[in-house]
Design a protein around this ligand. Structure first.
Ligand code: NAP
Length: 256
């Protein structure tokens, strides 16, 4: 079982639920996010469960700071499990465009660049130790293109392919990689969405599903199963048919 655990986006939603659920005596948690006040609250909750907890108030887009902070933490406490979870959903319409260029770039920089900035500092260390586990947060939105959130969907497709490719690349070094693809989970992120959120689950259930998948070192931790299977099936359809399944959700990301 992992003892030294790093979680990005640990101050809210799924990351916070994972942090609290991994918090127990003997475990050491490194919690990363931008807001120090929210991170301190998360760390206090983890300590109340008996774990040691430190915070890193860092923007995952800041490559140099991520590199230095993670290398320093890992030198003191060899990381067993790294969860690259931090992410954003943006995309308000801009004239005739479905989303602004600023929103689009922020999504890619956080959801793709941020994952790379999280994983890379520890890759050579885990490979050298021949030990370690990495979890990359994608989404069911990454399994088939969604017209209501083009950049988010694309960023999660990139996270999916990156994680799956890394899994094969790192297998010879005994470093396990899993890709997490949740459907709708009730968090502050989903609260910004209007419309029907099919098969939404709570953070406790999401955390439980993720932790059991990571314990079993599953390649793909996708849930709810029916929604994930549906997304994969829809992705095989011709575009003329696919759009009927990916648009009518009526979910629109609003500017936070
Ligand atoms: N909720 C869902 O339905 C759902 C479904 C599929 C996938 N996901 C994915 O799951 C992950 C967590 O989502 P959530 O629903 O738990 O969202 P959330 O409640 O909004 O939490 C997002 C977390 O990421 C952190 N974060 C955002 N941008 C950051 C940055 N640039 N640098 C560092 N930390 C940053 C936030 O903290 P700060 O704002 O303080 O930095 C916060 O801790 C995301 O990658 C999301 O795409 C969510």
């Amino acid at each position: 079982m992992p003892r030294n655990i790093v979680i990005t986006g640990a101050s809210s939603g799924i990351g916070l639920a994972l942090a609290k659920d991994y918090a127990k005596a003997g475990n050491r948690l490194a919690l990363i996010g931008r807001d120090p006040a929210r991170l301190n609250e998360a760390a206090s909750a983890c300590r109340a469960h008996g774990a040691e907890a430190v915070i890193g108030a860092i923007d995952v887009r800041d490559r140099e700071t991520m590199q230095a902070w993670l290398a320093d933490f890992d030198a003191k406490h060899a990381v067993d499990l790294l969860i690259a979870n931090a992410g954003i959903l943006r995309g308000s319409p801009d004239g005739n465009s479905p989303e602004t260029a600023e929103d689009s770039l922020a999504v890619f920089e956080t959801n793709v660049g941020g994952v790379v900035n999280t994983v890379h500092p520890l890759l050579p260390r885990m490979i050298e130790r021949r030990r370690g586990q990495i979890a990359i947060m994608s989404s069911i939105a990454g399994l088939t293109p969604l017209s209501w959130c083009p950049s988010y969907s694309a960023s999660k497709a990139a996270a999916y392919a990156y994680g799956m490719s890394l899994r094969d690349a790192l297998e010879p070094y005994n470093v396990s990689v899993s890709v997490i693809c949740p459907g709708f989970v009730g968090t502050p992120m989903t609260k910004q969405l209007s419309g029907y959120r099919s098969q939404e689950i709570g953070v406790a259930e999401a955390s439980s599903r993720i932790r059991s998948g990571l314990d079993a070192k599953e390649a793909l931790i996708a849930f709810p199963a029916a929604l994930a299977a549906g997304a994969r099936l829809v992705d095989l359809m011709p575009g003329s048919l696919r759009k009927f399944f990916t648009r009518p959700l009526g979910v629109d990301p609003r500017r936070p």
